[in-house]
Every structure is written in C-alpha cells, then in structure tokens.
Ligand binder design. Structure first.
Ligand SMILES: [Zn+2]
Length: 395
C-alpha cells in the first residue's frame, strides 16, 4: 500500500510535465489544452481556448473532444496534481503526446498569461430565462449572447411595440429606440408599448417605462430624434442588429443604406390594413431593401396608417416575425429570411414567401454602387404602400 505522496511521485515519473511557458507555446502551436478542474473553478477563469472536461468525466468525454490520439494535448488543473493523473489516464487511453502543465492554472495566472472569465447568469437570471435555458438552441451560452446583444428598434410604434416587448422579455440586453413622436390616443389600438397614462409623453419615454418594468436586465437607450442622413450612421453604430419598424419611405431607405454601408443586419417589416410583409437583409449575403424596391414610391401613392387604417393586431404578427428574426440572428441559429420576402394576409389567413435576389445593379449593394453615404430623399414621403407581392418572384 503506497501513500498519496508515493503515488503522485510514481504518476509524475510516468508522464511528461511542461512549464506554463512551454504549455503556452504548445497551445499556440496547435496543442489542445484540456482543463480538468470542476465547473466552479472553470467559471472563475480559465486558459483561453481550453477545452473543459472535469476530471471525473475525462475518460468518457475525451474521445469526443479530441478524436485524434496523435494530437498534442496539454492537461491542466489548479496546481498540477489532478492533471498529472489526467495525463496518465490519457496515456493509458492511447494518447501519444500528452503533457501535464506544472503548477497548473495558479502558476499560469502568476506568470501574467491571459485568462478568460466566462460570463455566467445570476440565480435570478437563471430563473427568469429558465425556459430559454431548456432549449438546446439557446441554453446558457445563447442567453448570454442575448444579454450582450444590442438591438436598435427604428420606431416605437406598431411594429416596434410587440418587437420591443418580446425582445425585452427574452433578455436582449440593450434596446435602442428611435422615435421623435409623442404618444397619441389613436396609437393605443395597436402600439402596445404605450398606455393611456402615457398619452402626450414622448414614445421613447413611454416605451422605456414599459420595458424597464418588464425586465430590469434591459438597458433602454432613447434616441428622441428623426433619423437623417447626418445622424443615421452615428445612431446605428453601437448596435449589432437593426429592426426596421418605421412607417415612412424616407426612413426605410435611409436605414437600409446605412445598414448596408456599415455591414449590419436589418430586419424589415411593413403593414397595411390586413397585409403585412417581412424580410431580413444581411449585407453581402442577400438582397437589400433597394434590391426589392429600387425606386421610392411618391408619397401620394403611399397612404399612411393614419389615412388608410390598419387592423390593430396586424403589427403584432409582423413585429413578432421581426423579433424572431432578430433573436435567430443573435443566436446564429436557424434560417433567416435572407433572400425571401414573407407576406401575410390576415383576411385570408395565409402566409406566402417570395424569392428575392440581390440586384447586381442595386444602387447601394450592387457591383457598382452609386450610394456611398446615406442621403436624405428629396421629397417628403409618407408611409408604406400596400404590401403586395412583387410580380414574377413567386416560389
Ligand atoms: Zn441592394
């Protein structure tokens, strides 16, 4: 019967140890670094790029993480003992190039080498987002991405309302709101961010009150202004994804051009009476709004909700399609509406989709773009036209 001291001496004599310096060089040269500590140790910081397999699961999981037994592997723990046992286990499993990092993570930190502290959710967040955490496509990593994401809602009206509510509930950490209007009583039939109590107050302020009450995790950034050529690039700069919920042409073209020029994903939606449409424009991967509608429609041909009316629940459906696209874009999951125009007819209760191709002659995303900076449209324009499916692109 040997003592632990004798056992560890025996194990260390059978394996190869490297210093933290050498481990760092091996890692830079392509070695797989395996952290065999426990989850709470890992969550307090680890070697960047390391693979996490707690010692108790090493035999079970190593082949899945490192299938090639000739691969150079560096094992580490907190001080170099568990990793020595781990290295011997890997050797016994047939791994030919295994080393244990002497002094472990403690020495790595002492040497001043970079460490990565993974973001973790608080107990309250784990509870708030528990139904997301159960979904494999979201999980803790996805929820962390949502919390770190910055989404700009252009318009806190019909489309921005349902989108803003659900994005806040989902834990999108930063929501920017662009709107220069005040809440009007006629808005309340559909703009569910606002309430009777906030009539007369700026929409961004009213929206902030609602969103903060729903989820204090969300930082609301108010942009109480009209987007113009002179401010659009600066306003959208901090954001990862743009949700276009505006109700007029000039802003739609402006947001589209600014999104293309800055390489940002722009999730588009529009509504008219019983009809809605949505698409997602990802620069260089698919068409943009100008590929779909190259020429702005003169304002007199584009009646507004104020002039033509809109079914109150319609923006709920379209705004939530947009919110769904935003969440998928942040998570990097599923198929976005890239190159597809989705149309919704509430009277017939039908959805249709149309293929939309990138136009090589597009003024902003084509091969020879003529729009190189955002420009205001010359005429004052109004609202979206009837959400009609463009001819000849049906699928
Ligand atoms: Zn285009």
């Amino acid at each position: 019967m040997s003592t632990f001291k004798e056992l560890i001496r025996q194990v260390k004599s059978e394996i190869r140890e490297v210093s933290v310096d050498e481990a760092r060089k091996l890692s830079a040269g392509g070695a797989v670094v395996v952290d065999v500590r426990e989850a709470d140790e890992w969550s307090q910081g680890h070697v960047p790029g390391a693979v996490f397999i707690p010692r108790g699961f090493l035999e079970q999981r190593i082949e899945e993480k490192v299938p090639d037994k000739a691969q150079e592997v560096v094992v580490y723990c907190a001080g170099g003992t568990r990793s020595a046992f781990g290295a011997r286990t890997l050797r016994d499993l047939g791994y030919a190039n295994v080393t244990s990092m002497r002094g472990g993570f403690g020495q790595w930190k002492e040497a001043g080498f970079p460490i990565l502290v993974p973001k973790t959710l608080s107990a309250e967040q784990k509870s708030r987002y528990s139904r997301h955490l159960l979904v494999p496509e979201v999980g803790e990593a996805g929820q962390t991405r949502l919390l770190e994401a910055k989404v700009l809602l252009v318009g806190a009206g019909g489309l921005g309302s349902p989108a803003g509510l659900y994005l806040a509930a989902a834990g999108v950490g930063t929501l920017g709101l662009v709107d220069s209007d005040k809440v009007d009583l006629t808005n309340l039939q559909r703009q569910v961010l606002h309430t009777t109590a906030t009539v007369g107050r700026p929409k961004t302020e009213s929206a902030e009150i609602t969103l903060r009450a729903l989820n204090p995790d969300v930082r609301v950034v108010r942009h109480d202004l009209r987007l113009e050529a002179g401010n659009v690039m600066e306003v959208i700069a901090p954001y990862d994804v743009i949700l276009d919920g505006c109700d007029n042409f000039s802003t739609k073209y402006l947001v589209n051009d600014a999104a293309v020029l800055s390489g940002k994903t722009n999730v588009y939606g529009s509504i008219f009476r019983f009809d809605g449409q949505a698409s997602t424009f990802v620069p260089r991967q698919g068409p943009c709004y100008r590929c779909l509608y190259p020429e702005p429609t003169p304002s007199e041909m584009a009646p507004s909700c104020d002039e033509a009316g809109v079914l109150g629940v319609l923006p709920g459906v379209v705004g939530l399609i947009q919110a769904t696209e935003v969440i998928k874009a942040i998570l990097g999951k599923g198929d976005l509406l890239v190159g597809r125009l989705l149309t919704y007819d509430a009277l017939a209760m039908t959805f249709r989709q149309f293929k939309v191709r990138r136009d090589p002659k597009c003024a902003v995303c084509g091969e020879h773009p003529t729009i190189k900076t955002p420009t205001d449209l010359e005429w004052s324009c109004h609202f979206e036209p009837r959400a009609a499916a463009p001819a000849g692109v049906g699928v």
